[in-house]
Design a protein around this ligand. Structure first.
Ligand code: HEC
Length: 260
């Protein structure tokens, strides 16, 4: 003990005090520790679902006062009927219309939502070839060529909010903003499809014109006319979108055509 200096004595005492405090402050590991300033931990306010002796009804959460609308709350006066879907199309305005500067961001968000919530049935490209349909679920109409192309945005919003036929409502899964985003994405797919069809039609027209000039210059006129006639027939009977027929991934479901 002679070698231990004064400083070490003090440190030893401090150590012993710390150990003593630690032992004293937590004598029983089953019980909570000693509390300093417990008001930091035990707040005097009530939790949302706690019973409450002060408020009416004895609950902490209160129902909205009748006749009031909370800020940001969406109030829709529609029924889940096709007539009301059409009315919603007339009345509801898309908060992010085509020319607005947030449109492309909205389409981007909508694309991600579509892949998660819609593609299982409608297919990644909206062609009604999702995995659920391949296992026997009644196929929805194509979102690229079906009636939805002509529907107003508000009607699509109604369909997403209240459902339609075999399609369940998405009001529980998607916020109103997310519903508009996915509608904007569907619109962008439809625009691309329209452009593709126009390009294909233009290419077919060009091709036809080319064949005409080639025929016009040489062969006997009778044969040329017959070939032209044949070509015209072919164009009439072929689908409006000739380029689509050589897309191997596109399997048209028979019932898509049957739906009215
Ligand atoms: C469980 C499969 C399923 C899912 C998931 C689904 N749909 Fe549908 N959808 C359908 C079916 C089936 C119909 C046809 C309903 C009817 O009229 O009988 C339909 C119809 C529609 C229509 C109307 C098309 C028309 O021409 O009448 C739109 C628009 C639509 N869905 C969009 C969406 C969007 C957007 C999502 C994702 C948020 C989605 N659907 C998710 C199955 C589904």
């Amino acid at each position: 003990m002679v070698t231990i200096g004064r400083r070490n004595t003090i440190l030893t005492i401090v150590l012993l005090v710390v150990i003593a405090l630690a032992v004293w402050s937590q004598p029983d590991y089953e019980r909570p520790n000693v509390e300093f300033l417990p008001a930091m931990r035990r707040s005097p306010s009530f939790e949302a679902y706690e019973p409450n002796p002060v408020l009416p009804g004895g609950t902490s959460s209160q129902t909205p006062i009748p006749g009031t609308i909370a800020r940001g709350q969406l109030v829709l006066h529609y029924k889940a009927t096709p007539e009301d879907a059409v009315r919603a199309g007339e009345e509801l305005a898309n908060p992010i219309p085509p020319k607005s500067k947030d449109r492309s961001a909205s389409v981007g968000r909508g694309g991600r939502i579509f892949q998660v919530y819609c593609s299982p049935c409608h297919g990644g490209g909206g062609m009604a070839d999702g995995p659920v349909v391949k296992r026997g679920y009644p196929p929805p109409p194509s979102l690229l060529t079906g009636k939805s192309v002509q529907m107003k945005d508000g009607q699509l919003f109604h369909i997403l909010t209240y459902g339609q036929g075999n399609m369940a409502p998405f009001a529980g899964q998607l916020t109103p903003g997310e519903r508009w985003d996915v509608i904007n994405f569907v619109r962008s797919m439809q625009e691309q499809e329209k452009k593709r069809q126009e390009a294909a039609a233009a290419a077919a027209k060009k091709e036809a014109a080319k064949t005409k000039t080639e025929q016009g210059s040489g062969e006997a006129p009778a044969e040329g006319d017959a070939a032209k006639e044949k070509k015209r027939e072919e164009q009439k009977s072929s689908p409006p979108n000739p380029a689509a027929s050589d897309r191997t991934s596109e399997k048209k479901l028979p019932s898509q055509e049957d739906r009215s």
